[in-house]
Design a protein around this ligand. Structure first.
Ligand code: SF4
Length: 70
């Protein structure tokens, strides 16, 4: 069994300041409509650290990694 995570954003909290994007550019980007886009929600074990930095960088606490098992 592999532990993986699922990255989610609360759009009601996110003010699209882009601070998280630089920490996890494989998962997050600001799109053409100036919205935060989750490019890939699945977080592999080896990506957890980078994504955790992105989550911690958010001043709005809008990002979360939910645990999932497969
Ligand atoms: S750091 Fe937080 S508020 Fe800023 S874009 Fe990312 S999720 Fe949104």
């Amino acid at each position: 069994m592999t532990r993986r995570g699922m990255l989610v954003v609360d759009r009601g909290l996110c003010d699209v300041n882009g601070l998280c994007v630089e920490h996890a550019p494989d998962h997050l980007r600001i799109d053409e409509d100036e919205e935060l886009e989750i490019i890939r929600a699945e977080v592999r074990e080896d990506e957890r650290e980078a994504v955790a930095r992105a989550v911690a960088s958010c001043p709005k606490a809008a990002l979360k990694v939910l645990d999932a098992e497969s």
